[in-house]
Design a protein around this ligand. Sequence first.
Ligand code: CO
Length: 240
Amino acid sequence: MKKKIVAKGSLYPKKTVTKKNTISKSGQISLNSYEVLLQNNKNWAAETIKQDPDFFHRLANVQKPEFLWIGCSDSRVPADRITGTQPGEIFVHRNIANMVVHTDLNLLAVLEYAVNHLHVKHIIVCGHYNCGGVKAAMGRHNLGIINKWVRNIKDVYRIHREEIDYQTKESEQLNRLIELNVQEQVMNLAKTSIIQKSWKEEQRPYLHGWVYSVDDGIIHPICEMGHDDHIDPLYEFDDL
Ligand code: CO
């Protein structure tokens, strides 16, 4: 006879988490770290409505961002904060080391939606100096699945080895690889049928490669590509 499988407890997550707050000697309640986020959110929503009563109403049913941002997951590089943009202005995809991998279904779905449904005018690939993902690709440590994700960056290194090794300091080599990686990821966008078709039919979007400096908050433009630029014909579709 088959054993009956009985689920213990609820199959669904609890609606609210009831971890107790601590009360300090002075009687102040200290919130758990994640509760601070929820409190901040309430304050932000209230402040936003105070300054612009129509803000959420305007954004509730439609988004018309002009930009797609492909950035690193690094917590120090928040797309909207460093570009002074508001909710509704940038469509965002982030992953470790701002990669454009042609078999990444997540990236491709975001790209397809941004180009063909949101009709973005610009796509920005934004890396950042001192990127841990690129650093991992330069090293030889076993980091499990992370090695698989950053493997393509090793290829960028191999292609540009002479130029990177020309830098004397290790930090300069890393930062040059970060710039070249952004350039390669812009090229990877140009290799997709999504971009090539849109370039052919609508002469958009414009592609930008940027690198953000975590030291001073400044973004450095590295490269640009538009509909009249060409890539290696090996990657060009001739029947789109
Ligand atoms: Co990074």
